[in-house]
Design a protein around this ligand. Structure first.
Ligand code: GDP
Length: 444
């Protein structure tokens, strides 16, 4: 996961100061020396580190922090706020034009993930904001790029405007905007050419497209894995074109986090989205405050709730709750619930959003293996309808049959049965507790 090394280091450093009833200037300075090292090792731009450390030091050594009742926690609060400020403070949204179509120009070097991100964003806007995007294939130098966009378009069912490799990219961009007006597409994404390096020819072409289409957004797509190079690329593109935002891709990879933490400060351009995987739904709005909490192990419950809201059908959730209450929750319900959890993304990513999850004993080395879920599903699918509803009837021969059918073992089947019955018990206790709590509240 991204930021892992940085998160570990910062959390270990802050842990030392957390519970202190008295914090001295020397404590803060010592802590900031370690924070500085951690940030530099995470490949954060050195100027950014210097200014960050100075700001935190100044605030943390302030009297109201050191003299407060919980100075250790106040210092951590300052670190969290400044980390969020470093990444832009508030989350930055896409500017939508009052006079549609909104024109979004996508720029970036080859391989950064520009074409994939164009598809992801268009899909995201359609799903989340009911937009009707049009994609324009402007990378005329690589036939494969046009094919890729067309394939993507078909996959997500979004139209692609393309004129092959012979046309001029500036004309393609202009005509795509006109076509969007005609067809009532309210957003046009212009996928532009990428090169391996920034060169004058590319920049000239991008400037002409900008001039001709007057885009509402110019989004630079950069690969987080490239660290400081990503920051340099952002700086050059911004100087030449004037960016309105950055999309940082491959945050799911083993990035140290340097790019995410430096881009905003160095370029004054906000990160608007992050790419978190190869799949088309692996894109998230970027929230500096939530990211700061995640890095400091405070979890990101808000993003977790949003993920749940997007993927879990509320009516079904209510039905499940009723089933828990009445103890009529069956293996079929369990299977359905598993499906919903799986849609939310890989389990270790979800765990990473829970406060303190990476500090929990054993959690760190616990490989959260999505494959285990496949076995669970296979076992349940090998049960008959009656068995799923009343697992009590499962005798030795039935268990043997299920183990064989699911390619597992009787031991695994037994394990699942035990877990299922414990889960039911626990759910009953929890719902009873909730009921009790509700009464109390009502009575007060
Ligand atoms: P382009 O040359 O900038 O248009 O790059 P592409 O869109 O073709 O992407 C290059 C590669 O990066 C492809 O294999 C993508 O699947 C992959 N990619 C793009 N975004 C992400 C991401 O957020 N995470 C991961 N893991 N891979 C990504």
């Amino acid at each position: 996961m991204a930021f892992e090394g940085l998160a570990d280091r910062l959390q270990a450093t802050l842990q030392k100061i957390k519970g202190k009833g008295k914090v001295t200037e020397a404590d803060v300075k010592e802590m900031m020396r370690e924070v500085r090292m951690a940030l530099l090792e995470a490949d954060v731009n050195f100027r950014v580190v210097k200014s960050f450390v100075n700001t935190v030091k100044e605030r943390a050594i302030g009297q109201e922090v050191l003299d407060s009742l919980t100075p250790g926690q106040q210092v951590i609060k300052v670190v969290r706020e400044e980390l969020a400020n470093l990444m832009g403070g508030e989350s930055a949204k896409l500017e939508m034009s009052k006079k549609p179509p909104t024109v979004i120009m996508m720029v970036g070097l080859q391989g950064a993930g520009k074409t994939t991100t164009t598809g992801k964003l268009a899909n995201h806007l359609r799903k989340k904001q009911n937009k009707t995007p049009l994609l324009a294939a402007g990378d005329v130098y690589r036939p494969a790029a046009i094919d890729q966009l067309e394939t993507l378009g078909r996959e997500i069912n979004i139209p692609v405007f393309s004129k092959g490799t012979e046309a001029n990219p500036v004309d393609i961009a202009k005509e795509a905007v006109a076509k969007a007006k005609e067809d009532h597409n309210d957003v046009v994404f212009i996928d532009t050419a990428g090169r391996l390096h920034i060169d004058e020819g590319l920049m000239d072409e991008l400037k002409q497209i900008k001039e001709a289409t007057q885009p509402d957004e110019i989004l630079l797509v950069v690969d987080a894995m490239t660290g400081q190079d990503a920051v340099n690329v952002a700086e050059s593109f911004n100087e030449q074109l004037g960016l309105t935002g950055v999309v940082l891709t491959k945050l799911d990879g083993d990035t140290r986090g340097g790019a995410a933490l430096s881009i905003r400060s160095v370029t004054q351009t906000p990160i608007k989205y992050v790419g978190t995987g190869e799949k088309l739904d692996a894109i998230e709005s970027f929230h500096p405050d939530r990211m700061a909490s995640r890095i400091l192990g405070m979890g990101d419950v808000l993003s977790l709730i949003e993920k749940a809201q997007t993927n879990v059908d509320e009516k079904k959730a209510k039905e499940l709750e009723d089933k828990f209450r009445s103890m009529s929750f069956t293996f079929d319900d369990f299977l359905e619930q598993l499906g919903q959890v799986k849609q939310m993304g890989p389990l270790d990513e979800l765990l990473g959003m829970l406060p303190g999850a990476n500090k929990m004993k054993g959690m760190k080395n616990l490989e959260v293996d999505d494959k285990q879920l496949v076995f669970v599903e296979a076992i349940i699918q090998s049960m008959t309808k009656k068995e799923r509803e009343t697992p009590e009837i499962l005798n030795a021969s039935r268990k043997k049959r299920i183990a064989k059918g699911s390619g597992t073992s009787v031991q695994k089947v037994n394990q699942l049965l035990k877990q299922f019955s414990e889960m039911k018990k626990m759910m009953k206790q929890m719902t009873n507790m909730q009921k009790g709590g509700g009464k109390k509240k009502g009575g007060a």
